[in-house]
Design a binder for this molecule. Structure first.
Ligand SMILES: Nc1nc2c(c(=O)[nH]1)N[C@H]1C(S)=C(S)[C@@H](COP(=O)(O)O)O[C@H]1N2
Ligand SMILES: [Mo]
Length: 393
């Protein structure tokens, strides 16, 4: 999926003004090449000033503000700090590989229950949409969330190589973080510890090329062929296979850094997290609201209207989720950077994951690498395996 028509210049000429060329050049390899914080700030503000919100948008905003006041508490600016830096050390201390293999999603509900689940989901899918708030709880009831689901997280990400690809944003080509091809961004992974190549076949020679290491034997030729052809590592090697919504190469958009996200107001939320496997836990989350993200990085209109959907993906494309845009604007939908008062760990989706108390756990994607605004109903990992696309509670 992509919306090439969104960013592609109509007349074939480069869309960004000449003055922005330095930032719009081939994707930069290091942070040094990127615009200064002030430069970025100034342009982002200019972006916002250009917006003329429609009356309905203003109403919606006022409604949201009222809803937020009832439930969410913004914390002071003094708590802003470099979560990314903290996350690096905490993730290292955690020992990422200890959890791999210790859990699996094999105990999902069997087919008959899936059917009734689907029925209930379709009856209740509108319940929380926009207005209804999920219950919140006192902090004292929050507990450490178990780790569940490792698709798209098999290797430890080098957090300084993390970027958020954003596709379908209004005015993207004028933005300081614009690049012509977000898919070319090279996420880097930490080499697995020697003799501990979990998640891969330990019989495979570790010196083989990536495609061969990651693919089962039966698929190696095909995987290598694809890698040679596209220059990309194989995707969709997890159970559900490759996403139908994966971006084609040469999709333009923004490559955001963590500071571009944490400049938004920080919110905390104590809510219940529910997995369809039948367990639930009360968890303390912190991060920024997706609704605020959507205001700072608004979707481009398609035929004069907001696109209907948002698609997200892990950096390796192995886990992916789709949402209604409405649900993304729900005041309790958070882009999470912290859990239980500490930076997110890698197994829980560092540096950025989604939490939405109105949806089951499988929509709450960990380690977000891509956010795309689109009018094509996005593919979704668990929907591919037979679960309801809406996943409403
Ligand atoms: N990248 C990624 N995100 C994911 C999953 C996954 O396998 N990979 N599993 C989902 C499911 S089914 C659940 S229940 C929650 C679990 O989140 P936790 O490990 O933080 O408890 O993550 C969701 N997000
Ligand atoms: Mo789950």
């Amino acid at each position: 999926m992509s919306n090439p028509e969104i960013e592609q210049p109509q007349d074939g000429s480069p869309k960004e003004p000449a003055a922005l060329q330095p930032e719009a050049k081939q994707q930069s390899e290091s942070a040094d090449d990127e615009p200064s914080a002030e430069e970025f700030e100034a342009r982002a503000e200019a972006d916002q000033d250009q917006r003329e919100p429609a009356a309905t948008e203003v109403d919606a905003r006022a409604e949201r503000a009222a809803a937020d006041a009832a439930v969410l508490a913004t914390s002071g600016a003094q708590t802003r700090r470099s979560f990314l830096a903290a996350a690096v050390s905490s993730a290292a201390a955690y020992g990422f590989y200890h959890y791999l293999g210790a859990n699996d999603d094999a105990e999902m509900q069997p087919p008959p229950i899936r059917d009734s689940f689907r029925f209930n989901a379709s009856v209740s899918r509108d319940l929380f949409r926009n207005k209804e708030l999920a219950p919140t709880y006192p902090l004292s009831r929050a507990e450490t969330l178990r780790i569940n689901g490792t698709f798209g997280l098999m290797m430890d990400l080098q957090l300084d190589s993390w970027r958020l690809q954003l596709v379908g944003m209004r005015g993207a080509a004028q933005h300081a973080r614009y690049v012509r091809d977000v898919t070319a961004w090279d996420y880097r992974y930490k080499a697995p510890p020697a003799n501990e190549d979990k998640g891969h076949d330990s019989k495979v020679d570790p010196n083989l090329q990536t495609a061969n290491k990651m693919a089962p034997e039966s698929m190696q030729d095909k995987a290598q062929e694809d890698e040679n052809h596209t220059g990309r590592k194989p995707r969709g090697m997890a159970e559900a296979g490759e996403s139908d919504s994966t971006l084609p190469p040469n999709t333009p958009g923004l490559l955001l850094q963590m500071a571009d996200i944490t400049r938004l107001p920080r919110y905390e939320l104590v809510t219940q997290f529910k997995c369809i496997e039948g367990w639930s836990q009360i968890v303390h989350w912190a991060g920024v609201r997706m609704a605020d993200f959507l205001e700072l990085y608004p979707p481009d209109k398609i035929d004069g209207k907001d696109p209907s959907y948002v698609y997200m993906e892990t950096p390796d494309g192995d886990y992916y989720t789709g949402y209604d845009l409405d649900v993304m604007r729900h005041p309790q939908t958070l882009l999470v950077t912290e859990m239980m008062g500490a930076p997110l760990t890698q197994p829980h989706g560092a540096p950025l994951r989604l939490h939405m108390p109105t949806k089951y756990g499988y929509k709450q994607i960990k380690r977000i690498g891509l956010i795309a605004y689109t009018n094509d109903k996005p593919d979704d990992y668990w929907t591919k395996l037979g679960y309801d696309w809406y996943a409403g509670l």
